[in-house]
Design a protein around this ligand. Structure first.
Ligand SMILES: Nc1ncnc2c1ncn2[C@@H]1O[C@H](COP(=O)(O)OP(=O)(O)OP(=O)(O)O)[C@@H](O)[C@H]1O
Ligand SMILES: O=C(O)C1=C[C@@H](O)[C@@H](O)[C@H](O)C1
Length: 303
């Protein structure tokens, strides 16, 4: 039988209500009823309310989070600044759990340019104790260090796609890797044959958020978005819109989907406020759901 350990987290929020503790403000993860189950958090109890009357009044809430654990891995009760502590702890715990079900199978992150495959993939690989590989970088290295943009310009897209397929073939033969795939891998059926050796996860991010992210760094490194005219946001948005129409069905073939719109709605956050760590955590939850659906994996859930 599992022991129940407890820890106390400090939440500072202008809106936390007595019946719900759902929010990731100042680095804290929102924990909704549904997520409580996903993260195996047994219960959350409010123990204290305080009002602060500063220029921006805030309620301070102390809550006690009970969770199951077999040993003393759980963070000890303490006060002070818990910024992002909770997210990282949940991620680590979930990573260990999901890694044990995966039996070394690779994770292939698919999604449009800018969807966070690289950013989230690195965090995910640490949580799973996997290595991280970026398939675009793999192709660049196999072609002597030319950038994707240079390869497109010199040899054309279909040459790049051949090397991309070869990269996926090679990567699918190696265990324990999180692979951030190129945004266009989903268009070739052969690539799905390689990726089905592992678990595919689609990072579904609204076009506006993608275009903002890409515009922030420019379209120069992304040949399919680097049109001659227009500002960076418009070029990115228009290019992504066209590509997404051609690809949306293909992305939907992934084993699991992590939708930022869904997370944002569930947690009452703006998409831009969802951290890569929270997304990585959701990826693990969705992988677990997929494995459970497909392998009849028996996981003890809280009622
Ligand atoms: N959750 C997030 N919130 C805000 N910005 C993010 C988030 N995730 C990634 N980014 C930013 O978006 C940009 C694209 O991210 P990243 O390179 O991880 O995407 P990608 O899917 O690997 O893109 P590509 O397929 O083009 O290589 C980066 O500038 C990154 O810092
Ligand atoms: O979406 C795409 O087709 C691409 C995405 C990038 O990761 C690169 O693979 C390349 O720029 C093409």
């Amino acid at each position: 039988m599992e022991a129940t350990c407890g820890t106390t987290l400090q939440f500072a929020s202008p809106w936390i209500g007595s019946e719900k503790i759902e929010g990731r403000l100042n680095g804290f993860l929102r924990v909704s009823q549904r997520r409580r189950k996903d993260y195996r958090l047994k219960s959350i109890h409010f123990t204290e309310f305080q009002w602060r009357t500063e220029s921006t009044p805030r309620r301070r809430v102390s809550s006690s989070v009970s969770h199951p654990c077999n040993d003393s891995q759980a963070p000890a009760p303490q006060s002070g600044n818990f910024h992002s502590f909770d997210e990282n702890w949940l991620l680590k715990r979930k990573g260990e759990e999901v890694a044990s079900y995966l039996n070394g199978r690779c994770i292939f992150l698919v999604g449009m340019m800018g969807s966070g495959k690289t950013t989230v993939g690195k965090i995910l690989s640490e949580a799973l104790a996997y290595s991280f590989v970026d398939s675009d970088k793999y192709v660049e290295e196999s072609l002597g260090g030319s950038t994707v943009a240079q390869i497109f310009k010199k040899f054309g897209e279909s040459f790049f796609r051949d090397y991309e397929s070869e990269a996926l073939r090679n990567l699918s033969l190696m265990p324990r890797q999180v692979v951030a795939t190129g945004g266009g891998v989903v268009i070739r059926p052969i690539n799905w044959e390689y990726m089905k050796e592992g678990v595919t996860v689609y990072l579904d991010v609204p076009l506006d958020a993608l275009a903002r992210r890409i515009a922030a760094v420019g379209t120069g490194s992304r040949p399919l978005l680097d049109f001659d005219s227009g500002d960076a946001y418009t070029k990115a948005f228009m290019g992504l819109f066209t590509l997404s129409k051609k690809r949306e069905h293909a992305y939907a073939s992934a084993d699991a989907t992590v939708s930022l719109q869904y997370i944002a709605a569930d947690l009452g956050l703006d998409i831009s406020d969802i951290t890569p760590t929270a997304i990585a955590l959701e990826v693990l939850v969705q992988i677990e759901n997929f494995l459970q659906r497909n392998n009849g994996m028996s996981i003890q859930m809280f009622p």
